[in-house]
Design a protein around this ligand. Structure first.
Ligand code: NAD
Length: 443
């Protein structure tokens, strides 16, 4: 049976039958699926890299490091956690008749829907899928239509390698996503924009389906007066312009005082030159904008403040030069919407107090980043702002640590995943309580 042509309702019915049969619950099934997913990634790495290049101009190095091998590492971590996770945890209980025993069992939720975006089309479809399978669920993956080569490849490979009764890929755009969302799922894991996150949550409410929403937003970078600017620029540029800025954890804008801004500007230009050479359009590590619609959207953000570098591009090849804009007013369009592209605006503030006020006056970001040598600044930023994560010294590195829960807060998301946190996201912690017929020693 082809999962590619099947209607969403029949796919979900098939997966529910598989889940209800109990086949996805045993440790052996979970290990087998994770191992098969690992083998798929390892065995088809060249094809996956080609598809990623076709969709996003991704270099082979990035395709392996941040997509294929990234998911392989996650799978290895999940396999390592599985046995302990599946072991019921005994809990001593009070308030129950004497002799009562209790344990918390981590049990699968059922049939999970994973809706993925285009910017890391392999990683962001398969990381949640791996978590869902590790937790013993059946799952449907809906890759992004804006990364068509990756979507088609996943749709071809997943049913070949995984248990096709319990795992399906449904390809398509927003219409297909909405048909899927009309079905009853036991969990929906959505990665994408905040606007569509609202659509997903509304649809989920119909069935009272719990959701994990991995959304976007504007993650600020505070650069303190005492930051070592050459290092700061190097790390900032790498985090911002990888994948042509199309990363949810990319720093969105810089907040700093005017003197630091002036000193930072040439360092950013130098760091860009070192990373991509004199002509980034020919640099193998520099990506392309995913679509002309997004290219046009980004082009519309360039007219703000003073252009330090970049500001040019080629619509036909969807190349947009790495761009730094200085002295950008807080009300410029580029400061009002998530950039999600290779444009770095610098907005000036008088210092830390104003930066914290600026951040807190806006939607909660996925991350607050800062470069500072001052412990008190670190403490105040961590305690005085609300965001998915706080990272000092190296923006975007938090995605590399599966020990940390990854997720947003408020408009940047709900829930978290990765490693053990994925097992928790896709499981129900079910108390199993056993009360003896008579108090006293257990039956
Ligand atoms: P998007 O919301 O346009 O699309 C994501 C998915 O939703 C796709 O599969 C798409 O088909 C589907 N979709 C689109 N419109 C829909 C609709 N009206 N109804 C139902 N489904 C619909 O997002 P995108 O442009 O692919 O991704 C970019 C956004 O995702 C950015 O905001 C970025 O910050 C965010 N993002 C977040 C994370 C994270 O982990 N927090 C990771 C990557 C991207």
């Amino acid at each position: 049976m082809s999962v590619l042509t099947a209607a969403p309702d029949s796919v979900v019915t098939r997966l529910r039958t598989a889940f209800t049969s109990g086949r996805t619950r045993p440790a052996a099934w979970r290990v087998q699926q994770l191992t098969a997913l690992r083998a798929l990634l390892d065995g088809h790495r060249a094809e996956l890299a080609d598809a990623l290049h076709q969709d996003l101009g991704k270099s082979r190095t990035d395709a392996f490091a941040v997509e294929v091998d990234f998911v392989i590492r996650e799978i290895d971590g999940l396999l390592g956690h599985l046995e302990a996770w599946m072991e019921p945890q005994s809990v001593a209980v009070s308030g129950c008749p004497a002799g009562s025993t209790a344990a918390v069992h981590n049990v699968p939720l059922g049939v999970v829907l994973v809706v993925a975006p285009w910017n890391y089309p392999v990683q962001l479809a398969l990381l949640p899928l791996a978590g869902a399978l590790a937790a013993g669920n059946a799952a449907v993956v809906k890759p992004s239509e804006l990364a068509p080569a990756s979507s088609a490849l996943l749709a071809r490979l997943l049913p070949l390698h995984l248990d096709a009764e319990a795992v399906a890929v449904v390809e398509g755009g927003p219409g297909t996503a909405q048909e899927l969302l009309a079905q009853r799922f036991d969990h929906i894991f959505y990665t994408g924009s905040t606007a569509v996150g609202r659509v997903v949550m509304r649809a989920a409410a119909e069935h009272l389906t719990p959701v994990t929403l991995e959304l976007g937003g504007k993650s600020p970078v505070f650069v303190d007066r005492d930051a070592p600017l050459a290092h700061t620029a190097k790390r900032l540029v790498r985090a911002k312009f990888t994948n042509a800025g199309q990363a949810c954890v990319a720093p969105d804008y810089v907040l700093t005082d005017p003197a630091t801004a002036r000193a930072l500007e040439p360092e950013l230009v130098r760091a860009l030159h070192r990373l991509y050479g004199p002509d980034p359009s020919t640099a193998p590590g520099y990506g392309r904008i995913v679509s002309t619609r997004h290219f046009d959207r980004l082009a519309g953000l360039l007219d703000a403040g003073r252009t330090v570098t970049g500001g040019t591009g080629d619509r036909d090849s969807r190349y947009l030069a790495p761009t730094v804009l200085a002295e950008v007013p807080a009300d410029a369009p580029v400061m009002r919407e998530e950039v999600f592209g290779p444009v770095l605006p610098i907005t000036e503030v008088s210092g830390l107090d104003e930066a914290i006020g600026f951040i807190n006056a806006r939607e909660r970001p996925l991350a607050v980043y800062a470069f500072t040598g001052n412990d008190e600044t670190r403490r105040r930023l961590a305690a005085g702002t609300t965001s998915g994560a706080v990272v000092f010294g190296m923006p975007a590195v938090q995605v590399m640590a599966p020990e940390l829960p990854f997720g947003g807060v408020g408009a940047s998301g709900t829930g978290a995943y990765r490693g053990l946190h994925s097992l928790a996201a896709f499981s129900h912690r079910k108390p199993v309580l056993d009360v003896p017929f008579r108090s006293g020693p257990r039956r």
